[in-house]
Design a protein. Structure first.
Lengths: 315, 327
């Protein structure tokens, strides 16, 4: 069985969802046959790697695998290894093409030192090679590299973009996804299409009908209904009961970090739970809780103090 | 790819034509042969090196010290010294001219062993230029070592010189772009010539007038600030692409909030800012989860405090050094 993330990886520019601006630029580059060094920046799962593969296919045609190399974060990021690989790849002449393309996936994890060394390599091999860096945070790339590159910014995907993709997959696979199921998928994947595809594939093994409960249960994400209930209780001033609920959740082996992150998502996306002013205040407190835990405080105590704060809000 | 102007000395771009170039050339004529080029990236350091070598028929050898990183620390001192020393001494059979050695960059050398600079001082023959970008050489502890090296300072390029450069590149390639696009590219570049070139290339490839988004997403900051102070953040993209971006945003808010908000809300706003600042400090240590809180506090939190009507703020820059004072 094929992995869906490979099956539904866009093969052409037109299949890439969202990112109109960046795709237009890439298309223009292909048309002129003139590729620059590039930095593709944006959150995960919005099409950075895919775009570069599509670009390589469009430029090189059948010989794209010979002229395209991807260096992933999982590969050794030692300078000597990078140096060796780049040298080996860039030294030989491109096949049926004016140049080759090297993609540094997740380049934010390159050390500063490695980037400094890359700057020289980029110059040295600029006649045979184009460098593409895909990053989550642009500021992790040093200025001399940034200025040598065109910068394409990939936007987080909108809800409608994600729905469009869900429709595409479900139509192809004969799945039925109701509106609530779609919302759940969008929520769980947070706009990351790679995560979304994986969830859909694993769900399709169980049933052709994807419901919101199935999504939450399967995604390894805790039951947000339960957390919401706990929050509501705390906000209504019932500290003991809400503590009971959260204790249950934590006892089932859920990480405190996940719970906090879930609470953040619930608070920031829901309109009905608390009024706006209080919401910001609560999020600030939540951030403080998270911060203290990162600082090394006991998660259990910090979380209870947060719950106590919530229940104190009710007069 | 756009054709770049040839690397001739008289094409060197600087804010006051002839100043940096003149200083360098006259020092060279007086017999100096060891230089440190200090300045931000994209200010023309390597261009001047190449153009100078070309004009004087020298061969340039570039040494990137970061490439040597896979060697144990103990050996590095002698390794770096030997590499520079040997390439200064060796001369290929074919080029009889003098050699110019360009070392990227001196900060690395200083971090390994500044004593190398002292050892190299007696070297004659080749011209050696070190590149420096972080101002490390001006630290008191390094003063003794850089003694004997001529320091040439480079500066961020101003809009006028960048514009002249852009027009020269365009006319060289017989391409036309609207004044508006060019201005935007120059503004986005923040004084970095190499950025201008990259963006011109992009614009030329696109082949038509198109939207040129800021190179740094933080450059759309005024739009975001206005929305925050006007109490409506619905239409803007609240995604910070980096922690520095968030930091910048924070500083702008800190600077302008007192002009927009009322008394007790100013206090609330600063409480929020102070907290988000603490979070940011943590983010730098790889706790990226915290960034979303900062985002939420800066956008939604501050927005909720605003009086709600359309506000107009004049955006002269905050007094950065007050905010960035290092401890």
């Amino acid at each position: 069985m094929a992995l869906w993330i490979e099956k539904y990886r866009p093969a052409s520019f037109d299949e890439i969802i969202g990112q109109r601006d960046s795709v237009e630029k890439l298309k223009a580059m292909v048309k002129s046959g003139d590729i620059q060094h590039m930095i593709l920046s944006g959150p995960p799962g919005v099409g950075k790697t895919t775009s570069s593969v599509v670009l390589a296919k469009a430029v090189f045609g059948n010989v794209w695998t010979q002229n395209f190399m991807e260096l992933n974060a999982s590969d050794d990021r030692k300078l000597s290894v990078i140096q060796g690989k780049v040298k080996e790849f860039a030294r030989s002449r491109p096949i049926d093409a004016p140049f080759k393309i090297i993609l540094f996936d997740e380049a934010d994890s390159l050390t500063q030192e490695a980037q400094q060394a890359l700057r020289r390599m980029m110059e040295e091999y600029s006649s045979t090679c184009r460098f593409v860096f895909s990053v989550n945070y642009q500021s992790n790339i040093i200025e001399p590299l940034q200025s040598r590159c065109a910068i394409l910014r990939f936007q987080p995907l909108s809800k409608n973009d994600v729905y469009e993709f869900i429709d595409r997959v479900s139509k192809n696979e004969g799945l039925t996804v109701e509106k609530e199921g779609k919302e759940a998928l969008e929520y769980v994947s947070k706009g990351d299409l790679r995560a979304l595809t994986n969830i859909m594939q694993s769900l399709s093994n169980i049933s052709k009908n994807i419901t919101s409960t199935a999504v939450y249960a399967n995604a390894g994400i805790l039951d947000s209904g339960k957390i919401k209930q706990g929050l509501k209780l705390a906000l209504s001033g019932d500290y003991p009961k809400s503590r009971e609920i959260f204790e249950g959740i934590l006892d089932s082996g859920v990480n405190m970090k996940e719970v906090l992150s879930e609470i953040f998502d619930i608070l920031s996306s829901s309109e009905d739970l608390v009024e706006k002013k209080a919401k910001n205040y609560i999020i600030e407190k939540l951030a403080e809780t998270d911060y203290r835990i990162i600082e090394g405080a006991t998660p259990y105590i910090q979380f209870q103090s947060f719950l106590a704060f919530l229940s104190s809000l009710k007069g | 790819m756009l054709k770049e102007p040839e690397q001739r000395l008289e094409d060197f771009v600087e804010n006051y034509p002839g100043k940096i170039r003149g200083a360098f050339l006259s020092l060279f004529e007086k017999g100096a042969n060891k230089f440190i080029f200090d300045g931000p990236s994209g200010s023309g350091k390597s261009f001047l090196v190449k153009a100078f070598a070309k004009a004087n028929k020298m061969t340039v050898e570039t040494i990137n010290l970061y490439m040597l990183d896979n060697v144990e620390d103990a050996d590095k001192t002698s390794l770096i010294f030997n590499i520079i020393y040997n390439s200064a001494k060796s001369n290929s059979l074919f080029d009889q001219g003098r050699k110019l050695i360009f070392v990227e960059d001196i900060d690395k050398l200083l971090s390994v062993d500044p004593g190398i600079l002292k050892k190299l001082r007696g070297l004659t023959g080749a011209v050696i230029v070190f590149e420096s970008r972080n101002g490390e050489i001006f630290r008191a502890k390094n003063k003794a070592y850089v003694n004997g090296y001529e320091i040439i300072r480079f500066y961020k390029l101003n809009e006028r010189s960048l514009k002249a450069f852009a027009y020269r590149v365009l006319s060289l390639n017989k391409i036309q772009l609207s004044e508006e696009t060019i201005n935007k590219i120059i503004k986005n570049s923040r004084g970095n010539l190499s950025s201008v070139l990259s963006d011109l290339n992009m614009a030329a490839t696109l082949g038509k007038e198109s939207y040129t988004p800021p190179r740094n997403s933080e450059d759309s900051i005024f739009e975001q600030l206005n929305s925050v102070f006007a109490g409506n953040v619905e239409g803007i993209n609240p995604h910070f692409y980096s922690d520095m971006e968030a930091k910048n945003f924070e500083i702008w808010i800190a600077d302008k909030a007192p002009k927009v908000l009322t008394r007790e809300n100013i206090y609330r706003a600063f409480e929020m800012l102070s907290f988000s600042d603490i979070l940011l400090r943590k983010i730098r240590k790889q706790n990226w989860v915290l960034l979303r809180y900062v985002q939420s506090i800066l956008f939604n939190g501050i927005t909720a405090l605003s009086p709600g009507n359309q506000v107009s703020i004049t955006y002269y820059a905050p007094n950065w050094n007050v905010y960035y004072k290092m401890n």
